[in-house]
Design a protein around this ligand. Structure first.
Ligand code: FES
Length: 106
């Protein structure tokens, strides 16, 4: 089973099964992962699905568009590999990917 590891700010780890074509945010909310609020439901309008992608996996997540970049600019814990989980379409090729969750969402 292909999966992605999501690590909460306190170190608690969760493995979520990849369902091809679903966004990382959808996988997180489907699995009730704490810390992914996803208030806008995936419209890239709230910034509450911020994740920090493991650097070796960052290229696999694609490129943030202007809307996502603007939302990330307002994110207090932004790092160089930050993405909005609703903008990452997952594929089986992401098996083993690790993402960290910030302490706070916006
Ligand atoms: Fe709102 Fe991702 S769910 S920006």
């Amino acid at each position: 089973m292909a999966s992605i590891k999501m690590i909460e700010h306190d170190g608690t780890e969760h493995e979520v099964a990849i369902e091809d074509g679903k966004s990382l945010m959808e996988l997180a909310t489907d699995n009730a992962i704490p810390g992914i609020d996803a208030d806008c439901g995936g419209d890239c309008a709230c910034g509450t699905c911020h994740v920090i992608v493991g650097s070796e996996w960052f290229p696999a997540t694609g490129t943030a568009n202007n809307d996502e970049t603007q939302m990330l600019d307002m994110t207090p814990e932004r790092e160089t590999t930050s993405r909005l989980a609703c903008q990452i379409k997952t594929t089986e090729a992401m098996d083993g990917m690790v993402v960290r969750l910030p302490e706070f969402q916006m």
